[in-house]
Design a protein around this ligand. Structure first.
Ligand SMILES: C[S@@+](CC[C@H](N)C(=O)[O-])C[C@H]1O[C@@H](n2cnc3c(N)ncnc32)[C@H](O)[C@@H]1O
Length: 348
């Protein structure tokens, strides 16, 4: 970042102004998604005028034209002028990631960010002042009960699970292949939610059994809404803090430790160490900070998000290594994927 904000930024702060505008651009993409713009353009056989889009989606023409123009400005849509009139069409990126029906769709991620994360981030100033999450102010629910807040209604649970699910559409393969895990014949994904990462692991290691353990209501919802035909993964209701953890060769903790304070993380890792078969291990999947505080920006922003929404934070590898060693694990290996999420493997 310091490199970018160089001498030329002093002449005119282009980059800073871009950052200031970032929330507006996010909200344009989110709104277009919620209105169904990308699905309409994907399914349309021809480019559409703002009037055409507005009519199909029951919006004002003026508002829709402005929204479409921003999307053209940020290269998410294309436009051509015919007799001075603008006709809009989709791009490959919009069709692949923003339309609802695509196999790589990030639609669920966008809906959660727009409808839940965005209101929470209205309270970042208070989160920083107070050093705690803003669930009470944002949703009127006790700040202690993180997952009760996140799962405060069936609708919110489905939205959260959709968000978790869509991450692994992008990052699942990189995580599954970050290390050769073929030697671990039984894997349990603790807090595995919809099962999306477990499914990637099962596809990559077909000789291993993969079980998702999560809270009872989450498992019931996963079974109802997120299973696939010929699913090879198994689901198990449980509680990794207060219940039994089944024996396995490998435990996966994907985006679990970043939810909790460090003492709880070590407590959970110690429990896993006790249940783990000799020669087994634990795979942590998190967005790893750099040790020198200089990035990656995405992980730094995620860490602030953890402050606003949970009791945890993102960490650099050294902090995870310390937690793993305190719990009795050794041979800690780090794999930075260069994408949103990284992996750490440690052995018993
Ligand atoms: C941030 S999500 C991560 C989900 C998934 N591992 C992923 O990366 O997509 C945390 C998960 O932990 C689960 N969870 C929270 N407390 C739990 C507990 N005490 N026992 C089991 N699962 C729990 C939540 O239901 C949720 O699915």
């Amino acid at each position: 970042m310091a490199g970018h904000l160089s001498q030329s930024e002093l002449d005119y702060p282009f980059k800073l102004l871009d950052y200031f505008n970032g929330f507006r651009v996010s909200k344009v993409i989110f709104s277009a998604c919620e209105l169904g713009v990308f699905d309409l353009l994907l399914n349309s056989q021809k480019p559409l005028s703002a009037e055409g889009v507005a009519q199909e989606l029951s919006t004002s023409v003026d508002g829709m034209e402005r929204l479409l123009d921003v999307l053209v400005g940020v290269d998410i849509l294309d436009v051509e002028l015919v007799d001075g009139k603008a006709y809009y069409s989709s791009t490959d990126v919009a069709n692949l990631y923003l339309a609802k029906g695509s196999v790589k769709s990030l639609h669920d991620m966008i809906i959660y960010q727009s409808q839940t994360i965005y209101p929470l981030w209205n309270n970042v100033v208070d989160a920083v002042r107070e050093g705690k999450n803003q669930n009470e102010k944002s949703f009127g629910i006790s700040p202690e009960e993180i997952f009760q807040t996140i799962y405060r209604s069936e609708e919110e649970m489905l939205k959260f699970m959709g968000l978790m699910n869509s991450t692994w559409v992008l990052d699942g393969q990189d995580i599954a292949t970050a290390f050769n895990l073929a030697g671990f014949r039984s894997m349990v994904d603790l807090g595995g939610c919809s099962g999306a990462l477990a499914r990637e692991l099962s596809k990559t290691y077909p000789s291993s059994s993969v079980t998702v353990l999560d809270l009872p209501k989450v498992i019931q919802t996963a079974r109802q809404h997120f299973t696939e035909q010929n699913d090879t993964i198994m689901f198990q209701e449980g509680d990794f803090f207060d219940g039994d953890i089944p024996p396995a060769d490998l435990y996966i903790l994907a985006r679990i430790l970043h939810d909790w304070q460090e003492d709880k993380c070590v407590q959970l890792l110690k429990k896993i160490h006790t249940c783990c078969q000799p020669g087994g291990g634990v795979l942590l999947v998190e967005a790893l900070l750099f040790e020198n505080h200089r990035g990656p920006v995405m992980a730094q922003v995620f860490s602030l998000n953890m402050l606003v929404q949970t009791e945890g934070k993102e960490h650099p590898p050294s902090q995870y290594s310390n937690m793993l060693s305190s719990a009795g694990f050794h041979t800690v290996q780090i794999c930075r994927t260069g994408k949103s999420y990284d992996a750490i493997l440690a052995l018993k």
